[in-house]
Design a binder for this molecule. Structure first.
Ligand code: NAI
Ligand SMILES: O=C(O)C1=N[C@H](C(=O)O)C[C@H](O)C1
Length: 248
């Protein structure tokens, strides 16, 4: 019998971490070698080839500094990555050209497709808004997925030479028009009962286009996470977005 990929999980007692532990245990080609949560000694991760991180935006950079310094590949679902954070990570990776890190704002296939469809639609519409809806235990707003979607729309608009559509609002209760991410309005809803949902709305002459994705259970993220674990071993450097691995 061939040995499986040795996988460690950071955030193993969290909502996502528990699912990852189950998914790795159910994968024939992987061996779970470490399950860590807040306060645990990171040195237990040294036996892992790949570590999956679903922790907290405040914790993930320290974790990545440890992993890259110890030659351990990483698959990261934790949100909160700014351009500055990505640059820092690239500088850590530069010290070991064989090492791979995959960061994906969303590991669900449908969410990745929704982002790609929104990117394709963006050059045809000046006006676009994003509504993301999540469970009320979520720490960050807007969601990483919504911020990434807005960024893709902003880039596609800029490439097409479009400017944001007209908005006649002159009087506003603070926040009523959402947050501006790359000139795209993003609205965040938090309710118990929800898991992870996103709507991308485009408006044009006499028509609207709505793209919607719903994660109804956290198992929806697992095929993407396992694919990431298998792929990162042979993808040196930093990869941002599962779309790069799905070859979309
Ligand atoms: N990329 C994706 O597809 C998805 C990303 N997420 C993101 O994953 C992150 C975690 O989400 P949830 O699991 O819902 O949160 P959660 O709060 O249920 O779990 C986070 C876990 O990480 C632990 N933790 C915190 N700091 C730690 C540290 N320094 N070392 C080890 N463990 C630590 C916490 O104790 C907790 O058990 C969030 O940023 C969320 O937005 C969530 C779902 C899907
Ligand atoms: O916190 C969550 O739950 C999720 N976080 C990610 C995000 O912020 O986009 C991915 C997904 O939406 C679930």
């Amino acid at each position: 019998m061939t040995a499986g990929i040795r996988v460690g999980v950071l955030g193993a007692r969290g909502r996502m971490g528990q699912e990852v532990v189950n998914a790795v245990n159910g994968a024939d080609d992987m061996d779970l070698v470490a399950e860590l949560d807040a306060g645990d000694d990171l040195s237990a991760l040294k036996q892992a080839q790949v570590v999956v991180d679903f922790t907290h935006p405040d914790a993930v950079m320290d974790n990545l500094e440890f992993l890259t310094a110890n030659g351990i590949h990483a698959v990261v679902g934790t949100t909160g990555f700014s351009g500055e954070r990505l640059e820092k990570l690239r500088s850590w990776l530069a010290a070991d050209p064989s090492l791979g890190v995959l960061i994906a704002p969303n590991f669900a296939l449908g969410a990745v497709l929704a982002m790609r469809f929104a990117q394709q639609a963006a050059r045809f519409y000046n006006s676009a808004e994003v509504i993301e809806l999540h469970h009320n235990r979520k720490a960050d707003a807007p969601s990483g997925t919504a911020a990434h979607t807005a960024r893709l729309i902003g880039e596609a608009r800029a490439e097409a030479g479009l400017s944001p559509g007209e908005d006649a609002t002159t009087s506003e209760v603070d926040g009523a028009r959402g947050a501006l991410v790359d000139d795209v309005r993003v609205h965040s809803v938090r309710l118990p009962g929800l898991v992870a949902h996103e709507e991308i709305l485009f408006g044009g002459e006499g028509e609207t286009l709505t793209i919607r994705h719903d994660s109804l259970h956290r198992t929806s993220f697992m095929p993407g996470v396992l694919l990431g674990v298998r792929s990162v071993l042979t993808r040196p450097g930093l990869t941002v977005g599962l779309e790069n691995i799905l070859d979309l």
